[in-house]
Design a protein around this ligand. Structure first.
Ligand code: SIN
Length: 526
């Protein structure tokens, strides 16, 4: 049995840790802040799984693929939806307490689901309950959790991941490992407006890039349609108003009080998330940038307080009575569909390095993630990666990676002229690579990012790296698909949809399998 280091302590990392521990590995979890400071705790709506007699795994697969706009990797979706019910059952056995209707599990409906299959806990506090149950299980299993440990790098020796270098309170620490599991979450903090917590700075994907791992589909950022509009939110971020609120019947209105999603999509407010986010952005532009309104008043104050206690408290704290009046909402960056390219066992293109959860790109979500599939992804793929630790490493990247188009970011240097400014980076990404994109704006952003000096290693450097990679990927995709909308290429390209990969010059992936005519080598320092 080997030594496994899991970087990250959300649902993906803790699931991997628990399974690896059960299989007899020597497991350590490291995490850069407090164990529960990541995105999992903030997840509201719930976790989707085909657990009910009027539902099926096939229906869940079909909904996931429909929302993903034709870019999903079929076997990854099948793994997610088929393993889902079993893994959720284990989570319940572990002590996670989901809401119930009498003896039965309560279930909610969310956008683009053909049936109500979303389990929730504490009304709208699902992530908090799952994080609680998993942390308790990890502590009970005696797995060490090292908090405050920032990931400087994945150590690669002889083209294989052999550990991690960390910084704890400024002091360096190296941990050797037979397998490194990245479960560091996403990079919503790259954007000026995001539902993500402050820790979501893309450290894992940036470290994987420096380690030579192939990245995929970074252009696909999901913008959640309904974050509470708070111009003074600052570092608190944009407060999420769950899609489950629309699932229960709330509607969107423009400044004149008119519903507008009914003119955009047959499913109106319950259309796929990218469609609703764009519908809102168009409506906001037409009303001079003012937010649209989420009208939940028909649901009644008692129901809202019982079903959505977290949102009820947050909206009231912000000065709104959502039972009496519609509340202002806007889209905000919410989730990264792309990440470190992996197969269905979480294996990256660097032997010994796994990636699970939001940091990974299995291709499951395609161009737009189906609501409440993210907690499920962490649960399923954390478990699958742990099971694969002892499997022989496959030499070839998965077919969808080999068949992808290649994007190349411009290289970065510490000597570049423009000083780094995190707020400017957020505004730039929001304007150029936000809900609506356009080639000239993306090119200007790429030039500005290339001229920006790379800060010393840390969150800022990781965010700048991500910014360059996201913009390069968005520039290279000359079509509109799912969450990636280009006003200069407003339609999907004809023919089969291809994924986008970014290949660092230090990539250990078999070069013959990944070399493309468009490929240009880029320095790993980017
Ligand atoms: C929400 O509750 O709307 C967010 C759930 C998700 O991102 O899947």
């Amino acid at each position: 049995m080997g030594r496994v280091v899991v970087v990250g302590s959300g649902i993906a990392g803790l699931s991997a840790a628990l399974r690896a521990n059960t299989l007899g590995h020597d497991v350590t979890v490291v995490t850069k802040a407090g164990a529960s400071d990541g995105s999992t705790r903030h997840a509201q709506g719930g976790i989707a799984a085909a657990l009910f007699p009027d539902d099926s795994v096939d229906a869940h697969i079909a909904d996931t693929v429909r929302a993903g706009a034709g870019l999903n990797v079929r076997e990854a979706v099948e793994a997610l939806c088929s393993d889902g019910p079993l893994r959720v059952g284990e989570l319940i056995a572990l002590g996670a307490e989901f809401d119930r209707d009498g003896d039965a599990l309560a279930r909610g409906l969310e956008a683009a689901h053909s049936s109500a299959r979303v389990l929730h806990a504490g009304g709208d506090a699902t992530g908090a309950e799952l994080e609680r149950a998993l942390i308790a299980a990890v502590h009970a299993a005696g797995i060490p959790v090292v908090e405050g440990a920032f990931l400087d790098d994945v150590i690669v020796e002889d083209a294989r991941a052999t550990g991690v270098s960390l910084r704890i309170g400024g002091a360096p620490l190296r941990l050797a490992a037979d397998a490194v599991v990245l479960a560091t979450g996403g990079w919503g903090r790259l954007y000026a407006h995001t539902t993500n917590p402050p820790v979501a700075t893309g450290d894992g994907v940036a470290a994987a890039w420096r380690a030579g791992a192939v990245l995929a589909d970074l252009e696909f950022t999901q913008f959640h349609p309904t974050a509470l509009y708070r111009p003074d939110a600052g570092s608190a971020g944009a407060f999420l108003v769950s899609e489950a609120v629309r699932g229960e019947g709330a509607v969107l209105r423009n400044a004149r009080g008119e519903r507008f999603m009914t003119d955009v999509h047959p499913d109106a407010e319950l259309a796929p998330r990218d469609v609703v986010a764009r519908g809102i952005a168009v409506e906001m532009a037409a009303q001079g940038g003012r937010p649209v309104l989420l009208d939940a008043t028909a649901l009644g104050g008692a129901f809202l307080a019982r079903r959505f206690p977290t949102i009820d408290a947050a909206t009231r704290a912000a000065g709104y009575d959502w039972a009496a009046h519609p509340i202002p909402v806007t889209p905000a960056a919410h989730y990264a569909m792309g990440g470190v390219a992996t197969d269905t066992e979480g294996r990256t293109t660097v032997p010994g390095l796994f990636a699970v959860g939001e940091v990974a790109c299995t291709g499951t979500h395609g161009a737009n993630r189906l609501a409440s599939n993210s907690l499920l992804e962490g649960l399923v793929y954390g478990h699958r990666a742990a099971e694969a630790v002892d499997l022989p490493w496959t030499d070839e990247p998965p077919a969808w990676v080999r068949e992808a188009a290649v994007a190349s970011p411009s290289p970065a240097t510490r000597a570049a002229s423009r000083p780094f400014d995190r707020a400017r980076l957020g505004d730039l990404l929001w304007e150029a690579a936000g809900v609506h994109r356009e080639g000239a704006r993306l090119s200007a952003a790429a030039a500005e990012l290339a001229a920006t000096a790379l800060p010393e290693p840390g969150e800022d450097a990781d965010l700048l790296t991500l910014g360059r990679l996201v913009v390069a990927a968005a520039l290279s995709r000359e079509e509109s698909r799912g969450a990636h909308f280009r006003s200069d290429f407003p339609l999907p390209a004809e023919g089969a949809a291809a994924h986008t990969v970014l290949i660092p010059s230090s990539s250990s992936a078999p070069s013959a399998a990944l070399t493309r005519p468009t490929r240009s080598e880029v320095p790993a320092a980017c």
